[in-house]
Design a binder for this molecule. Structure first.
Ligand code: HXC
Length: 257
């Protein structure tokens, strides 16, 4: 498939999506949304892919939704076009997704990172929800996901002031899984993704579904979900292989079934 705004590559069992609109600091216009959603769906349907990495450039992961594209829209158009609607399909990808963030992750860029399962940040990364400076609010999940990531008071301060936080503060706040030197970001992302992709695919899907459920449900309901999904994995060949490999003191060879 041809994509206009991203570069797509497969390395081993890892699918790479690199945002490529350098002239706009990777601002997320509707073509970027279509491209990312399409590429992620293709990877997600491919059992040879066990993890996806989404990254940008050194200067910007993504500087937000494309302000120039949105500026003249009416509220009615935003509703009827469902301008950001397809992003939910990206958030619903079953394959684990790593955001490798260098430079700006602002507005929709921060929200895109928060749709991923792991956020690796270069020490140059800057996160923020600056929509308040534009007379709007986060619109791709930021007001909901940021609170769940960093708690009410940090999220409220960021969303109400629009200020940016650096990688250290983002890690301390719980938004970032790990900070690495900028020069190591892509290698660390590749290593982490390859580690994940070497696991049993059904268990990865189950783990991601359980993590998502934890974000969405009361504890008792989440625990019930976990119990059922945990039990279901005992019908996979990979569970037998994983536990036999432990007993036989060798590395497991998972088949994804
Ligand atoms: C469209 C953008 C853009 C954006 C940058 N550009 N961000 N274009 N939408 N979000 C463009 C600039 O217009 C400029 O193009 C080029 O990228 C380089 O940007 P500069 O501003 O010249 O770079 P710099 O001075 O280094 O400043 C970097 C920056 C700044 C601090 C990141 O660009 C900035 O504040 N950008 C907007 C950040 C933002 O408000 N994001 C939230 C968007 S709203 P030209 O051609 O002019 O030189 C949002 C809502 C999501 O995300 C939810 C839906 C409602």
């Amino acid at each position: 498939t041809d994509y206009e705004t991203i570069l797509v590559e497969t390395r081993g069992r890892v699918g790479w999506i690199t945002l490529n609109r350098p002239e706009a600091l990777n601002a997320l216009n509707s073509q970027v949304m279509r491209d990312i959603v399409a590429a992620a769906s293709v990877f997600d349907a491919d059992e040879a892919i066990g993890a996806i990495v989404v990254t940008g450039s050194e200067r910007a992961f993504a500087a937000g939704a494309d302000i120039k594209e949105m500026e003249s829209k009416s509220g009615l158009e935003m509703v009827m076009d469902d301008h950001f609607g397809q992003w939910s399909r990206f958030a619903e990808v079953r394959t684990p997704v790593i955001a490798a963030v260098s430079g700006y992750a602002l507005g929709g860029g921060c929200e895109l990172a928060m749709m991923c399962d792991i956020i690796l940040a270069a020490d140059t990364a800057k996160f923020g929800q600056p929509e308040i400076n534009l007379g709007v609010i986060p619109g791709m999940g930021g007001s909901q996901r940021l609170i769940r990531a960093v708690g009410y008071y940090k999220a409220a301060e960021l969303i109400l002031t629009g200020r940016m936080m650096d990688a250290t503060e983002a890690e301390r706040s719980g938004l970032v899984s790990r900070v690495v030197p900028a020069a190591d970001l892509l290698a660390e992302a590749e290593k982490t993704a390859a580690t994940i992709a070497s696991k049993s695919l059904p268990s990865l899907y189950a783990a991601k579904a359980a993590l998502d459920t934890a974000m969405e449900t009361p504890l008792a309901e989440g625990l019930r979900f976990e119990k059922h999904v945990f039990a279901a994995l005992f019908d996979t060949a990979d569970q037998k292989e994983g536990m036999a490999a432990f007993r036989e003191k060798r590395a497991a060879e998972f088949e994804g079934r």
